[in-house]
Ligand binder design. Sequence first.
Ligand SMILES: Cc1cc2nc3c(=O)[nH]c(=O)nc-3n(C[C@H](O)[C@H](O)[C@H](O)COP(=O)(O)OP(=O)(O)OC[C@H]3O[C@@H](n4cnc5c(N)ncnc54)[C@H](O)[C@@H]3O)c2cc1C
Length: 597
Amino acid sequence: MADYKAPVKDMQFVLENISRMPQLAAMTTFEDATPDMVSAILEEAGRVSAAVIAPTNVTGDEQGVRLENGTVKIPDGFADAYKQYAEGGWGSLQFDPEYGGQGLPYSLSTSVMEMWQSANMSWGLCPLLSQGAVEALYLNGSDQLKSTYLPNMISGEWTGTMNLTEPGAGSDLSVIRSKAVPEGDHYLVTGQKIFITWGDHEMADNIIHLVLARLPDAPAGVRGISLFLVPKFLVNESGELGERNDVAVASLEHKLGIHASATCVMAFGEKAGAVGYLIGEEGKGLACMFTMMNNARLAVGLQGVAISERAYQQALWYAGDRTQGKAVGFTEEGPILRHADIRRMLMTMKAFTEAGRALAYDACGSLDFAHAHEDKTLAAQEKARAAYLTPIVKGWCTEVAQEVTSLGVQIHGGMGFIEETGAAQHFRDARILPIYEGTNSIQALDLVGRKTLSDQGVAAHAIMKEISATVEQASASARFSSAARKLQAALVVAQNSTSQLLAQSAENAYFPGAVAYNYMMMMGTLCGGWQLLRSGLAAEGKQAQGESDPYLEAKQLTALFYMDQILPRYLSYAAVVDTGSEAIMAFTDEHLESAFS
Ligand SMILES: Cc1cc2nc3c(=O)[nH]c(=O)nc-3n(C[C@H](O)[C@H](O)[C@H](O)COP(=O)(O)OP(=O)(O)OC[C@H]3O[C@@H](n4cnc5c(N)ncnc54)[C@H](O)[C@@H]3O)c2cc1C
């Protein structure tokens, strides 16, 4: 089985050339993010992820989590890995120094987060959700709540969770039934939440649950939902931990993958009611939670990149180790790596992974600019850019992770289907990614509805304008001019599909839903090609300046491979958008079961 090695060189390249780290470091807000600092952080995080966290991945999968006397018992090595993570200050990189953060760019912490997710996705979910909880509390909480809870959450002494889902409320959160009744300076929260990631564990001293619930007189629907902070242990006025709150784990789920992540059914207020504190205004809970969900959606897209990277490293190692047959052009038996179709699969894995990484970091970089720009117009443009890219990062990167981890299994042949190689675990673990944090159907609807139809395509066209500028730049390069023509052809089709989407949706209410998935995949395929062309051009520029690292040549070949072998998929996605939804709408419930009724 391959050991995980953090792809520090690629991360650094993407931060420098795609997500604009040098420009960020030139701004006062992020002046500490010097090249030396970025490099030191990536190197050390790479060491911790490889030496401390990655070794817990397989044992975690085998041992899983168990519920004993109401407490979640975790696999060997998890507590120590978490201790080292917290003591290293890894959870504080991007947060406000006023609460103990280090004030570094979010895009930098994103690359570090990618390492944790590659090393062990089950374990990595705990820091991932904690960071989302910090973000939601920081942006929406009162000063008192922030000063009481944020320092310990940012330091990693306490972790955070997100409690949205209920048995009757998954994709549609407007029907949430959990209740919160005012009592003095707090509320008493009751209700059941399901599928709560890391709802309990003993890695940290306290767990801060962010919970959606309704006030007694709240109106039905989204406007009646409020957000509450419910600690596992109550915190007294001097900041010390007090009594256990009325929140308990009712049971743990048994899952297809991420066996070592505790997915809990949570019972709030079964005795006297769980003490909770309102975050933000009454009735604005979903809007507050969206700050956490947007952050988490980017992070789940990043998990798609992370698990793809891990699957690629495993497949590459196996393809170099396994001997089978003579490849064309060789007289002796050799590693399967020599076979052209194995190379196709490896290159596909690598191209998807690097395209996804560039796209995810780029979106996070925009959030950094939105935060650091003093010019409000520029800040708003960057925010809109990140918002547009978020469902593509979540949807596309996690869809392609299914293909990448499946190719990882395929490269192993029969051994891929056998657990001991580890390829199967990546495939199983990746399967949750298109489901949680808003299924990819919901991401596609978000891209089409909220991000495209609602502004009549303004944000979409802004991205397409950027793609056009990259095409123009690439046209002047002998090496990339043909790739530029291919991307230009894809861009023209995407522009037409967007016009088609806007026009047809105005006529036919079913149209957006019927084409949304294919539209999202078309835009993802286009944006992936755009990011790799940007990367290829940057690598070519470095080579022209005399840098001779083979990594730079590989980057350019990866971009050319994508244009030849992956980009053409845009045509089939676009064809569905263009032909529309007639067949889907013509199909009745009766038709669906007509073959066996
Ligand atoms: C391992 C795991 C961890 C999780 N962690 C958390 C957590 O920490 N906190 C938390 O609150 N939740 C968590 N969840 C819940 C997760 O976010 C939901 O499962 C997810 O949002 C889907 O909701 P659902 O399961 O109720 O599916 P449903 O909403 O019932 O959806 C079923 C199918 O219908 C489709 N569908 C539903 N509505 C629409 C629509 N309007 N348009 C098109 N298609 C639609 C969906 O895409 C899906 O394919 C977790 C789930 C799992 C499995």
